[in-house]
Design a protein around this ligand. Structure first.
Ligand SMILES: [Zn+2]
Length: 326
């Protein structure tokens, strides 16, 4: 076969297919540099086993190297007898497409839509969705760190979306997005509590449906507060009861009475700004199924807390954080 003849036929293809062919040739000539994949796996290994090599199944340190499979190092546990590799039990374990995952992480920190990702990586949209939540589940499993010092907190609401729900039991299905039938805060609204300290430590979590109660606030952040904290909120009574129950110093900012800052340091402007950015960011998904909201909260939290990093570093950080759990 003569390459010139192949090239002649290239002209007959529509522009879009020419581009696809170009990408296919590029991929086979320059497979996503093997070095990048090796680096990624090396990085993941270092962070997962930063406390020493240990069995991912039982935690035993009686682990020895046990050959390679598909060029990946395998380990055998001397206690439970199970084997594992650097990625076992991480979101990318068992993948046949490490280079696609690399690109996936990149597109995720860039906020590229699922259909676009699916097209780019030549995977099904439902696979792209599944990968998204595999990564977000892993990020979520890292949990929150303890909030210290001055803490600002407030709740915000998201209208429940029917997306991702097979069966609507408690009411008629509504098209995605949509408008609440009832005015004000009803059970159709998912309440999200956001709390953050002045070290940009953020906690954001679904509290429940409808108006947030003091008990729900306690469930969301009760265990994540340092001993000596000052809680700043608006004048909502749920926070008053929560602070009282926990014996926490409470600074109330009553915006209706024009109180926005107290003693020069107590205010809720950071958490309000966070709400606004979060709401704006969530718009792109046209409604999120209730059971996925926590995942999206973690995603946004990740992007916000690493926004000062350049894209490449942000990708690397996401890969490491998503694969550090075990
Ligand atoms: Zn073991």
């Amino acid at each position: 076969m003569d390459w010139k003849r192949v090239y002649e036929e290239f002209d007959d293809l529509p522009k879009a297919e020419q581009l696809q062919l170009f990408k296919a040739i590029q991929d086979s000539l320059f497979p996503e540099s093997r070095e990048d994949i090796a680096n990624m796996i090396g990085d993941i290994r270092e962070i997962r086993f930063s406390g020493g090599l240990a069995c991912v199944h039982c935690g035993s340190v009686k682990v020895k190297r046990n050959g390679k499979y598909r060029s990946r190092q395998r380990y055998l546990c001397g206690d439970c007898g199970k084997s594992f590799n650097d990625m076992t039990a991480s979101p990318i374990s068992g993948t046949h497409h490490p280079h696609k995952w690399l690109k996936y992480f990149q597109m995720m920190v860039e906020g590229i839509s699922l259909p676009k990702i699916a097209e780019e990586l030549d995977i099904h949209v439902s696979t792209a969705f599944y990968w998204r939540h595999k990564i977000l589940n892993a990020l979520r499993s890292l949990g929150f760190s303890t909030l210290k010092g001055i803490i600002e907190s407030d709740e915000t609401y998201f209208l429940e979306s029917d997306k991702g729900k097979r069966k609507i039991v408690h009411r008629k299905a509504r098209k995605r997005g949509g408008v609440a039938k009832k005015r004000g805060i009803s059970k159709e609204q998912i309440s999200v509590v956001v709390a953050q300290d002045r070290n940009e430590n953020v906690l954001s979590k679904v509290a429940g449906r409808g108006r947030t109660t003091a008990d729900e606030i306690d469930l969301v952040m009760g265990k994540c507060l340092d001993n000596e904290v000052v809680l700043c909120t608006d004048s909502a009574t749920n926070y008053k009861s929560f602070a009282k129950k926990k014996g926490i110093q409470h600074e109330i900012l009553n915006a209706n009475k024009g109180v926005r800052v107290k003693k020069g340091i107590y205010h809720i402007q950071h958490v309000n700004a966070y709400h606004q950015l979060l709401k704006k960011w969530m718009e792109r998904f046209n409604g999120v199924g209730a059971k996925y909201i926590d995942n999206y909260l973690f995603w946004f939290r990740f992007l916000e807390s690493h926004k000062q990093l350049d894209k490449k570093l942000r990708k690397r950080t996401m890969i490491l954080e998503a694969n550090s759990c075990d």
